[in-house]
Design a protein around this ligand. Structure first.
Ligand SMILES: NC(=O)c1ccc[n+]([C@@H]2O[C@H](COP(=O)([O-])OP(=O)(O)OC[C@H]3O[C@@H](n4cnc5c(N)ncnc54)[C@H](OP(=O)(O)O)[C@@H]3O)[C@@H](O)[C@H]2O)c1
Length: 212
């Protein structure tokens, strides 16, 4: 598929390389293309553009920008360009404040997630929360002693979630579909939980697994 990545941080670069590895066409949309000079040498099949061009090109969009900038990034991408597109939302609503005893602060509260806000405002897009509850280094075909990890996803569009589940299978993940957009209230804070061993013990190599 044609995959457009909005954002050129660790997540954008890692997922762009992952989609290339699995045979998809990838365009990265960024305001700062010079930051990708080294990355593009290693990933010459990708193209780089502005966020509007990337969103027009894409069948599936990966939103991988700072949570505080997610709304602005989608506006810059062009509301009409988003219509009907799957948007895989990797963003966490991390506030501009330091963690307390290893616990991140969020600018949302427990009864309203970032993805619900985005789904409400950009109602023509089909948002699926995914990839937000693990570090970028473990997103693409990670190897854990405990086997395949679980990615928790949610969103209002079943067909979009089916497509994302297919991508997650290619990337070595089991998928646990937690339901509609409101489930992002529970999935976004998994990032807080995931980061605690990192901030307190410098342990960053783990992922969640749902046992039944
Ligand atoms: N890092 C991880 O391991 C990890 C894991 C899971 C989820 N996440 C989440 O994934 C998202 C991306 O994380 P990251 O670590 O890759 O990068 P980040 O440092 O959180 O964000 C970097 C990106 O944000 C974009 N950005 C910042 N301000 C912007 C604005 N005003 N308008 C448009 N774009 C703006 C930049 O876009 P340009 O390219 O245009 O400069 C840049 O590429 C975040 O929401 C994060 O919480 C991160």
């Amino acid at each position: 598929m044609k995959v457009g990545i909005l954002g050129s941080g660790d997540v954008g670069k890692m997922l762009a390389a992952g989609f290339l590895k699995h045979g998809h066409s990838v365009m990265v949309g960024t305001r700062t293309p010079y930051k990708l000079a080294e990355w593009i040498k290693k990933n010459p099949q990708a193209t780089i553009g502005g966020s509007g061009d990337t969103t027009k090109f894409a069948e599936v969009i990966i939103l991988a920008v700072k949570g505080v900038a997610a709304r602005d990034a989608l506006i810059a991408a062009g509301v009409s360009n988003l219509a009907g597109k799957i948007v895989i939302d990797t963003c966490n609503p991390i506030a501009e404040a330091p963690p307390v005893n290893g616990v991140l602060k969020y600018f949302t509260d427990i009864n309203e997630s970032l993805m619900e806000r985005l789904q409400r405002e950009f109602s023509g897009a089909r948002f699926v929360k995914a990839f937000n509850s693990v570090g970028a280094a473990s997103m693409v075909n990670p190897q854990f002693k405990g086997g395949s990890p679980t990615m928790f996803i949610c969103g209002n569009d079943d067909a979009a979630k089916k497509t994302v589940t297919g991508f997650l299978g290619q990337f070595g993940w089991e998928t646990a579909d937690m339901g509609k957009a409101e489930a992002a209230r529970a999935i976004e804070p998994l990032c807080m939980l995931w980061c605690i061993p990192g901030f307190t013990r410098n342990e960053w190599s783990h992922a969640f697994k749902l046992l039944t």
